[in-house]
Design a protein around this ligand. Structure first.
Ligand code: ACO
Length: 443
């Protein structure tokens, strides 16, 4: 099995969004806080007609229809999500309803969850299955999806909704670079969901941001070390990565993440490296102090402006216009990159991903472009799909958030949201019965 990796992918995001400039005004915060400070333009959301199961079904069925893949050809299906509506039953088993007609019920894989990292773990599992003696020759599907909603307050504008469906197999245009991988995991309470009665996370915002950067330091350095030891690259650095795609809680964090990689390159470089002549004063900053050193951050953002524009900016289209999609976020970054950069330019290039999930779990790893990405870009039609959405006023958005809050985990419930605003081919919740069993229909 050669070039195991991403054969194809498609995304789903809801038809409605709230504009971040309007949200700034509505929330009474200073103009620019969400749009410049967080780097967000629009935020997708859904009402009580959509839940994590419906969102995943929409993504999977949409993918299968577009690419003409048969459910009979799938031997593994993994779901990465942190939007949990059942403590036992997986979203994966709900998705098996889509397989019923094909008669294929022999499908391995189950849900994986740890904040925004579950999709990455699911993708690793699927790729490793294809390269393992357990592989039976069929293809794998990886679904990463989340409904990211926060309580009122500073975190609310960093929400979003999205799902990605990825086909994994051999001879893939995006071949995973085994074993170039740097992973970092530790126990930390930065963002978690201990309140089972609520859809909202408990968040220590500043700690989550510092943890993202700390995990990046470790994962990125471990990845570079692998590039040197296994990849045979001498003094590896950002210049050996053609494109860098990040988990994006909001796009400003990605700018900071890229700058942080350059800071790590700087610490790995020789003290007289000409490229870092203007930032030498930061060489002796203690690592713990560096996480909150604004001058350091600013200096490296400045130093990496043009590199960032070339290697990462094209991956932010979805993140800026949809918001955080937790497990799906990093793959929407990849989808954006494939949409924005033509295949001729991507051909043969290395795309490095940085995935971060609070709690925390993080990995840096990469793909090599080994085949034509044009069909994926055409099928995604990302920019035009983003344009076709419906804008909703902040006051109405808040009402919808309240509706979700009050009906979360409801028993014997009939959703009240309008079905008319859903895009064609969208699965939606019809009813929750007296035993919490959910039934769905499709527009
Ligand atoms: N114009 C321009 N910039 C502004 C303005 C303005 N009017 N007002 C504020 N800003 C800037 C700030 O200077 C700050 O910039 P900096 O990050 O470079 O320092 C930025 O906007 C954010 O402003 P803060 O006052 O720091 O924002 P606040 O603390 O209110 O909220 C936070 C930010 C903590 C990230 C919040 O959105 C949050 O908790 N989000 C959820 C957690 C999260 O996403 N964590 C990231 C990793 S974990 C994960 O993916 C879930």
């Amino acid at each position: 099995t050669e070039n195991v990796g991403i054969v194809a992918l498609d995304v789903y995001f809801p038809s409605r969004y709230v504009d971040q400039t309007e949200l700034e005004q509505h929330d009474g915060v200073s103009a620019g806080k969400y749009t410049i400070g967080l780097g967000q333009s629009k935020m997708a959301f859904c009402d009580d007609r959509e839940d994590i199961s419906s969102v995943c079904m929409t993504a999977v069925q949409g993918f299968m229809d577009k690419y003409g893949v048969s459910y009979a050809d799938i031997g593994r299906l993994e779901v990465g999500t942190e939007t949990i509506i059942d403590k036992s039953k997986s979203t994966k088993t709900v998705l098996m309803s889509l397989f019923a007609e094909s008669g294929n019920s022999s499908v391995e894989g189950i849900d994986t969850s740890n904040a925004c990292y579950g999709g990455t773990s699911a993708l690793f599992n699927a790729c490793q299955w294809v390269t393992s003696p357990a592989w039976d020759g069929r293809l794998a599907l990886v679904v990463a999806a989340d409904i990211a909603v926060y309580a009122r307050g500073p975190a609310r504008p960093s929400g979003g909704v999205g799902a990605v469906c990825i086909l994994v197999g051999p001879n893939a245009p995006l071949a995973l670079e085994f074993p170039l991988r740097g992973t970092f995991m530790e126990h930390i309470y930065d963002f978690y969901k201990p309140d089972m009665s609520s859809e909202f996370p408990t968040v220590d915002g500043p700690l989550s941001v510092a943890s993202y950067v700390r995990a990046l330091d470790h994962a990125y350095n471990a990845y570079l070390d692998k590039l040197a030891s296994v990849g045979g690259v001498e003094n590896p650095s950002l210049s050996d990565l053609d494109y860098v795609v990040f988990h994006s809680p909001y796009t400003k964090q990605v700018v900071k993440g890229f700058a942080r990689m350059a800071y790590n390159d700087f610490l790995r470089s020789s003290p007289d490296a000409a490229a870092y002549a203007d930032v030498q004063q930061f060489r002796d900053v203690a690592r713990e102090a560096s996480y909150t050193d604004k001058l350091l951050e600013k200096a490296f953002i400045g130093l990496t402006k043009s590199q960032f524009a070339a290697k990462t900016e094209p991956s932010l289209l979805a993140a800026r216009n949809i918001g955080n999609m937790y497990t799906a976020s990093v793959f929407f970054g990849l989808a954006s990159l494939l949409s924005q950069v033509p295949h001729a330019q991507l051909d043969g290039k290395r795309i490095t991903l940085f995935s971060y999930g609070s709690g925390c779990a993080a990995s840096a790893y990469s793909f090599r472009v080994r085949g034509d990405t044009t069909a994926i870009a055409d099928n995604l039609a990302l920019a035009s799909r983003l344009e076709k959405r419906i804008k909703v006023a902040p006051a109405k958005f808040e009402k919808i958030m309240e509706l979700r809050e009050h009906t979360h985990n409801a028993q014997e419930y009939q959703p009240t949201g309008s079905v008319d605003d859903l895009l064609p081919g969208t699965y939606y919740l019809q009813n929750v019965d007296s035993m919490w069993r959910r039934s769905y229909a499709r527009t």
